[in-house]
Write a protein that binds this ligand. Sequence first.
Ligand code: S3P
Length: 436
Amino acid sequence: MKKIPLCGELTVPGDKSISHRSIMFGALAKGTTKVENFLQGADCLSTINCFQAMGISIENSKEKNQVLIHGKGLHGLTAPKSVLDCGNSGTTTRLLSGILAAQPFTCELTGDASIQKRPMGRIITPLSAMGADITGIKENRCAPLRIRGRRLSGIHYQSPVASAQVKSAVLLAGLYADGITTVTEPYLSRNHTELMLGGFGAKVECCGTSAALTPPKELYAQELTVPGDISSAAYFLTAAALIPGSELLIRNVGINPTRDGILQVYRNMGADITFLNGRTVSGEPAADLLIRGGHLHGTSVGGAVIPSLIDELPIIAVAACFADGETVISDAEELKVKESNRIAVMTEGLSAMGADVTETEDGMIIRGGRFLKAASIDSHLDHRIAMSFTIAGLLSGNMPDIKGMDCVKISYPDFYRDLERLVSAHQPPILNFSII
Ligand code: S3P
């Protein structure tokens, strides 16, 4: 079946990781922080709710994607009246835990069923080494967590995982510690915390895979613009790269080198991606991406590049099904502890569509080129799974029936509207969903 090229322009919503941090650091800074192009995804709204519950006034103009945070300084949070609800957001849960470890109050935080299964031992261990009192209420090192604020000491933490959530939790606790806090990770994970804390006036020194924070006296309010989320751009990027004749311009995409692994991998697979108007947006590199469609071939994805594309591996697995030859994804065990077990869920769903996919201990082996058929897919309420299978459906011309597809609201509330707009400009609707 001939695929209809994807042509036109698109602006994806603001970066999720940066949007979370803008609220957290704005709340801990003195004065009013103004954030433009804030992501109105459910995860970031959870972060806003948590800080409002701790006495921070936050004005969110949803129609403008603009947020004003009236920060009260490093010591301005007050005890919440009830349990803090982090929803589906691992970033909220883990980064907030680092902050709460040092507050002069006790509180509890929890989230949805997925959050209550995700490992929190990875933050409990280093925060406890700093002197924190943090426990899983169900005694399983998962949320709900009870955190009793304590006086903390700086540590040098050698993290066993390359995780920006772990690194950031420790560095944020370090804002309040006696002495310098250093985190070293096996590979460099996304560095938004380091960059943005520097912008708010903290001293953060980075060297290789280490980041060292000197506790500041104060953080100072900023005016920020959030660049577009490369993790959201990834779905359209993939579709355009794989449909010959496509020419898609995605404007204002964050291309921080700790996040741009998908671009390196797709270029290795033969994709035609051009960077236009390279610039810096509030300390973060950004560009417009022009993608011209063609044919991709298989590749190996593993090692140091993994943290820089960790959230894109589900859509990269989809791309591999439409590429010639074999793609091997390895060193990606972390996928098992995301919003769902993304190795198992992708293998199961792609196999149901007829793809040749083998699940391995730390990834997947995918042999591309098979015809994919429509199937019934369970998103497991994981936003990246729902969006990845939607693109698999678009590329195969056989849209799967995706259970729980409105979970895209976690990171990309207008995903289906944007897709429908691009696709319907060129063909009668083949998508069996309505705009959310
Ligand atoms: C995030 C870090 C990543 C990523 C998540 C957002 C962040 O998790 O998967 O979607 O904002 O710091 P890990 O750092 O645990 O890999």
